[in-house]
Design a binder for this molecule. Structure first.
Ligand SMILES: Cc1ncc(COP(=O)(O)O)c(C=O)c1O
Length: 354
C-alpha cells in the first residue's frame, strides 16, 4: 500500500485538528447504508446529543458541506432579498459574511475593527441605531486572529434592536461555552474539523424559533432547511447521509457529553490553551484570546512562515497568518487529540526558532 508522510507530523493547527484514534477506527470499521433501521437509531441519538452540545431545545441540522456551506445555508434561509445585513469585520472570516451577502446581492454594511483588537460594543450599537437591519453577523472566534468575540453581549444588542444574531461558531462551538438558548443566539454554526474532532467536510447549525419561522425568498435547493427538517423529523436526512461522519460524530458526542461532561470538556481545552501560552516565549496577538487556538505575535524582523517551516522540520504542523497578518503571526490549535506533551513540544520547537 502507498505510504504517505503525514504520520510523522503532529497536526497542531486550529482546524483540521488531530482525530482521536477511536474515531478514525470507526470511520473504517463498517459498511452501512443510511436508509436502514440500525443507522436511523444512530442518527436519532446524534440529533438528540447535538441539542445538548448546542445547549438548545431547537432542532440541529447536519450539513454535508464545510463551514462556509453552513454560513450560506443559514443566510439563504433567514435573509430576504429586501433585507440589509450588518456584519462585524475583524478578520478573514468576518469578511466572508460580507462576501456572502454580496454574492446574493443583499445590502450589507461592515463594522470594521482592527484585527485582534476588542470589539467596541458602542460602535455596534451606533450602527444598529442608524437603520433597520435584519441581521447582525459575526464570529464567536475569529480564527485568523485567535480573538474571542463577546457573543453574549452582541446577542443582547441584537435582541434589543430586534435583529437576528448570526453567529459563526465554526472554531468555537464544542470548544467554548456558547449556550444558544440562554444567550438568545438565533443562528449558531459549527464545523466538523474543529472541536468536533472529525475530518473536514461536515458542518452543523441550529436556528432559533424566530429564525426558523422566516420564509426567505433567496434561491436555494440543496440548502433548503425547511425541507431538510421535514426529512429529519422522519429520522432521515434529505440527501445521502455521510454515514461514516455520523458514526464518528455519535462517538465524539458521547465522549464529550456522557463520558466527560460539556463544561469539563471546555475547561480542559482552556487549561491546554493556558499551558501552551505559559510555555511559549512569544506575546499573544489578540487582546482577548479564544481557548480554541493561540495566535502569537512574531518579533520584528522575523518571518512567521520561516518559523512555521522550521517547526515543521521538528514534526509539528502549525499555521502562519492570513492576508495582512501573513508573515506576522503564528496560530496553534488546542482542539482535538492533542496532549499537554504535544503542546509543550510545539512551544519548545517555536522557542528554539524565534
Ligand atoms: C471562523 C470560521 N468561519 C468559517 C470558516 C470556513 O469553514 P470551511 O473552511 O470549513 O468552509 C472557518 C474555517 O476555518 C473558520 O475558522
Amino acid at each position: 500500500m502507498k505510504k504517505f508522510d503525514f504520520a510523522n507530523k503532529k497536526l497542531m493547527t486550529p482546524g483540521p485538528v488531530p482525530i482521536p484514534q477511536e474515531i478514525k477506527d470507526i470511520f473504517i470499521q463498517y459498511d452501512c447504508h443510511h436508509r436502514t433501521k440500525e443507522f436511523t437509531e444512530v442518527l436519532t441519538s446524534v440529533f438528540n446529543n447535538l441539542k445538548k452540545l448546542f445547549q438548545t431545545e431547537q432542532h440541529c441540522y447536519l450539513l454535508a458541506s464545510t463551514g462556509t456551506g453552513a454560513m450560506e445555508a443559514s443566510f439563504v434561509n433567514t435573509i430576504k432579498t429586501s433585507d440589509s445585513v450588518l456584519f462585524i469585520n475583524s478578520g478573514k472570516f468576518g469578511e466572508r459574511w460580507g462576501k456572502l451577502a454580496s454574492a446574493y446581492k443583499i445590502k450589507n454594511t461592515s463594522i470594521d475593527f482592527e484585527w485582534g483588537k476588542n470589539i467596541d460594543l458602542n460602535r455596534v450599537r451606533e450602527h444598529l441605531k442608524t437603520k433597520k437591519y435584519q441581521a447582525l453577523a459575526f464570529q464567536a472566534c475569529e480564527t485568523s486572529t485567535g480573538a474571542s468575540l463577546p457573543v453574549k453581549e452582541l446577542c443582547a444588542l441584537a435582541q434589543e434592536f430586534d435583529v437576528l444574531s448570526l453567529v459563526d461558531g465554526i472554531t468555537a462551538l464544542g470548544a467554548v461555552n456558547l449556550p444558544m438558548d440562554e444567550w438568545g443566539i438565533d443562528v449558531l454554526l459549527g464545523g466538523s474539523q474543529k472541536a468536533f474532532m472529525l475530518p473536514t467536510g461536515m458542518s452543523f447549525l441550529s436556528l432559533s424559533k424566530k429564525a426558523e419561522e422566516i420564509k426567505s425568498d433567496l434561491p436555494k435547493f440543496y440548502f433548503d432547511l425547511k425541507a431538510e427538517k421535514k426529512s429529519n423529523l422522519e429520522q432521515q436526512t434529505r440527501w445521502s447521509t455521510p454515514t461514516h461522519f455520523i458514526l464518528g460524530l455519535s462517538l465524539v458526542l458521547e465522549n464529550i457529553l456522557q463520558k466527560k461532561g460539556l463544561q469539563k470538556h471546555f475547561a480542559e481545552i482552556e487549561d491546554k490553551a493556558q499551558y501552551f501560552r505559559k510555555s511559549v516565549k512569544l506575546p499573544l496577538f489578540p487582546e482577548t484570546s479564544c481557548s480554541s487556538l493561540t495566535c502569537l505575535k512574531i518579533p520584528e524582523g522575523k518571518s512567521a512562515s520561516q518559523i512555521k517551516k522550521d517547526v515543521l522540520k521538528e514534526g509539528f504542523v502549525i499555521m502562519a497568518g492570513q492576508d495582512q497578518l501573513a508573515d506576522k503571526v503564528l496560530r496553534i490549535g488546542h482542539m482535538g487529540d492533542i496532549s499537554k506533551e504535544d503542546l509543550l513540544n510545539t512551544a519548545q520547537a517555536i522557542n528554539k526558532h524565534i
